[in-house]
Design a protein around this ligand. Sequence first.
Ligand code: MLT
Length: 255
Amino acid sequence: MIKFSRDNLSLAFERFGHGAPLMLIHGFPLDHTIWDEIVPLLKDDFDLILPDLRGFGQSDAADADYAMRDLADDLAALLDHLGLESAFLAGHSMGGYVALAFASAYPRRVRGLALVASQAAADAPERRQGRYAQAWNIAENGIGDTVAAMTENLTPDPRVRKFVHDLMRRQKTSAYIGSLKAMAERADTMQALEESAFPLLLVHGDADGLIPVERAREIQARVPRARLVELPGCGHMPMMESPRAAADAFLGWIT
Ligand code: MLT
């Protein structure tokens, strides 16, 4: 992987293909390899940039707590490092929260935003408390309970479930804890989306057991310019469960 430095952290990313810059941002608690199957389908049309968010994959973990805004700033620093003023951003689940934080902080750097199995709503109070309890449990007992709970609801596809389970097991405890807190404290971005002007794409499986497809439908109802692509029978991992359909959604959106 390629590395660059920001905030005393070494942050890793991959880059493939040529065309309009499209940053593919992974979710929690994963890394850039979730996009592996879609890269060959997009690399002739896009300059694909695949970061490992701080703490995940081959990127360093931060010592202190951080917010979605810090993760967004990491991505802005990556664009600076690449000499790119703006890019299309596609965020999977938590990666969507990072993309939304980026769009709030740097609206002029966003050529378009895609939310893949993600949402604009903030956590309800009980969900927020649940994340703090989950972070505490991880600090005390390790990642096992979280991995088991997420694996169960992730996808109907056993091959994808195994890949993601193994990937989750490899991630650092500090990244779990740091991003759970950042997710708990993230802002609601629905109104910002309503007021934004960039092209908006929503890709969501109608069998997603972690973030129900209703969340995407709510965005579409509030932001009529959004293009919603629902993938039948697909769970929380569209880029792995339905890579062709997910790639076609990107291609049809931008080209
Ligand atoms: C993710 O897949 O990134 C997370 O499940 C999102 C969340 O917990 O809200």
